[in-house]
Ligand binder design. Structure first.
Ligand code: GLU
Length: 330
């Protein structure tokens, strides 16, 4: 038994040396299934169903690609990028601003430096930075958050920095001016209903389960406009003005107008260490069946093949680039 095991290991390494391929590539080329994990976000966000949509498309072709993709609910963008860099995840969804910061070695990556192995695959749906507040808390602007209990987001999330940037632009210090919570987004709607939170930030595509849940409770909730952001937009290249279509998408919210804010894009990222054929197969599956993919979530309504190549700051993974060149997208 032990001998056989040692022999098997020796054989794998022997093959790897002979062919010059790592164990990952060995699997792909030997027709054995390669397992890949996609990091997403909380289950009431849009990343989680997005990971599910991509996995579903790839797994359907298991016989052809020999890839089995699984999806993990995670803390969000920052967690995903770090887990991809450490090899704990193969793919992940991350905000375009977080991709930019990781590549440049700024914000959460200031101490670690530029994440040189991070690679872009494609971008996906737009996301807006939003603040919801209980109507009875009388919050009509970011200034009104003073003295309140506010969720600014968990450390691994992408949206925490969006919240802090919006607050800073409005002259508010979350450490001093209110009671800041660092909770995962999925927890916030329930805590607002329980009276343990007055307001909460989140950056997500629309429609999302999160805002449906947040606006369906007994304690009425509204979206608060995020204003005074011109300086923010001038300073950071990855932010753009946006409108959250509250009246159409969340009729449970106490808003009679749509709400101005700013936004980013969700992007699909990986590591240079993930083999070209795996990234190629996933890219091909999504783009060759673009109309099918687009129907998998209403947040994808505005997607085009061209705009799925915008908002990427990491180099495009060679496996994805091979596909884009083949079809003339690059
Ligand atoms: N943009 C959020 C974040 O990275 C996640 C949104 C989602 O899960 O759809 O924190």
């Amino acid at each position: 038994m032990k001998k056989g095991f040692v022999f098997a290991i020796a054989l794998i390494f022997g093959l790897a040396i002979l062919t010059g391929l790592g164990p990952f590539e060995q699997n792909a080329t030997a027709g054995k299934t390669v397992f890949v994990t996609i990091g997403t976000g909380g289950i009431t966000g849009v990343y989680y169903p997005t990971g599910g949509a991509i996995a579903k498309m790839v797994n359907k072709k298991r016989k052809e690609y020999h890839i089995r993709a699984t999806v993990e609910s995670t803390g969000g963008s920052v967690f995903n990028i770090n887990a991809i860099m450490s090899g704990d995840l193969d793919f992940g969804v991350a905000q375009s601003d977080r991709q930019y910061q990781a590549v440049k070695g700024i914000a959460n990556w200031k101490d670690k430096g530029p994440q040189k192995d991070l690679r872009a695959v494609f971008s996906i749906h737009p996301e807006t930075v939003d603040l919801i507040a209980a109507v009875d808390a009388n919050i009509n602007s970011l200034q009104d958050l003073k003295g309140k209990r506010v969720n600014i987001g968990n450390i691994g999330s992408g949206y925490r920095k969006n919240a802090i940037d919006a607050l800073t632009a409005n002259g508010i210090d979350y450490k001093k001016d209110f009671h800041a919570e660092s909770l995962k987004a999925a927890e916030a709607p329930g805590l607002i209903q329980d009276g343990r939170l007055d307001a909460a930030f989140y950056t997500v595509g629309h429609p999302s389960g999160y805002y449906k849940e947040a606006t369906a409770g007994k304690r009425k909730v509204k979206f608060v406009p995020i204003e005074n952001i011109d300086g923010l937009l001038a300073k950071y290249p990855y932010y753009a003005k946006a409108i959250t279509r509250v009246t159409e998408l969340y009729p449970g919210a106490v808003n009679d107008k749509d709400v101005p804010t700013f936004g980013v894009k969700a992007t699909f990222v990986t590591s240079i260490k993930v083999p070209d054929e795996v990234v190629y197969a996933i890219t091909k599956e999504v783009f060759d069946n673009f109309e099918t993919f687009k129907k998998l979530h209403p947040a994808y309504a505005g997607l085009t093949k061209q705009n799925m190549l915008e908002g990427l700051s990491a180099p495009i993974h060679p496996g994805a680039m091979k596909y884009y060149k083949e079809v003339g997208l690059k």
